[in-house]
Design a protein around this ligand. Sequence first.
Ligand code: GDG
Length: 472
Amino acid sequence: MARLVVVSNRVADPRKTAAGGLAVALGEVLNNTGGLWFGWSGKVVEPAQGGRPGEGQVHTQQAGPVKLVTVDLSREDHDTFYAGYANGVLWPVFHYRLDLADFDPRYITGYRRVNQMFARKLKAFLRDDDIVWVHDYHLMPLAAELRALGCSQRIGFFLHIPLPPSLILAAIPGHDWLIRALFAFDLVGFQSKADLLHFARYAEAEAHAHRLDGGRWRAFNRTVQAGAFPIGIDVEEFESLAQAPEGREMYERMTREYSRRKLLVGVDRLDYTKGLPNRMRAFRELLERYPEHRNSATLIQIASPSREDVVAYNDILKELESLCGSINGNFGELDWMPVRYIHRTVARQRLPGLYRASRVAMVTPLRDGMNLVAKEFLAAQDPADPGVLVLSRFAGAAEQLRDALLVNPYDVESIANATHLALQMPLEERRMRHQQLMSVLRSQDVHWWCDSFLDALVQAQPEETGTPWLRL
Ligand code: GDG
């Protein structure tokens, strides 16, 4: 294969385990092709230090055979492109939360400016036969900007978060520009069939695209191929993490500590999409409705800090703290705390042990592109005595993981009932469900995801480039 160039908002060093499964999987292809990974350095430059909008210093670093290229952002660009448009408009709206979006017109200007800058800086590193793979909602106009500079490489895009139905998308000022920009890619990948359907409906109804064969749509003088490529995890890497000393030590410590209790686990970035308050209400409902779980069931909820400079995240933090406090205050005993809430990041090596010691995982996002925690929990289980996954039907993972206990995350009683079922599920049924779920996980793991996307990108039919339609 030609050299792979990955572009994403943040860049990880694929040699470090802490980077996670995605970085490891991309790292493998990057290593094999002597590839390049391009994105933001994570550094914000204040005006007093010379930070100017649309400009940023470029840093290069070699990570084995892979070149890491990163760019600094000025304060203005960070606040408008990253905090403003990406996380204040696209993140909430794509998760169906129009009520949380802030359509300040400065944000879209910053978003365009940074995508233009990324295109300019990246172009200097590109070779004619590179395959470029752009990731996520921060960079939707990147191919259009590269095409406007004359780049004709094969360029694919993968959206890690959901794509909402047209009527929600259409509420974004500039939505037509945003979706039109997707037509500058050769291949656009979504997490689920539902997201793909939303793209198809939007393309046909709003952009008047013609549907061609082979999952292709034609509009704006371009043809784009689109498909669902549900992201997976590195099952083997996760299984071996569970067997590694830190994973085992965590497992043994948790099983010893909670030998008289049944553990439930939740692991999420602290984000309003993850349905954390409703999960706590469901746990309270479980204790109210099914008193046999009092003095027995303990929910460990890891809520790792994220995007703390965005206001909506502080609201969710306060709500969660108050719910946990009131559950522990009302139900707790001297020797039993119903909820253990941890607002910190736990080392990745310890997660598999925690998952494996838990009888139930509560994965109840209100909306999620995929949700990798659901998959990691399953991969960490002991197949002879596995735990049960309670999973939101609105996570992309629910399309694949039909043998989980699927719940409506808005319906607190139904989550409580499913959790009760999960806690009581006989061994035979737990094993059967786990076996079915693992066969899905293994057949569509992160390597399958990477290979099938890149195969489709390589095979996508080449297109005319640099059309004036795409000038932004
Ligand atoms: C986006 C989409 C899509 C969490 N807390 C800790 C920790 N984590 C790790 C988990 C998992 C990852 O972070 C979270 O992945 P998710 O998929 O659950 O969610 P997002 O972060 O929102 O990811 C999502 C994903 O992109 C991939 O396409 O599935 O839908 O929203 O790996 O284990 N890791 C460590 N400590 C923590 O405290 N080490």
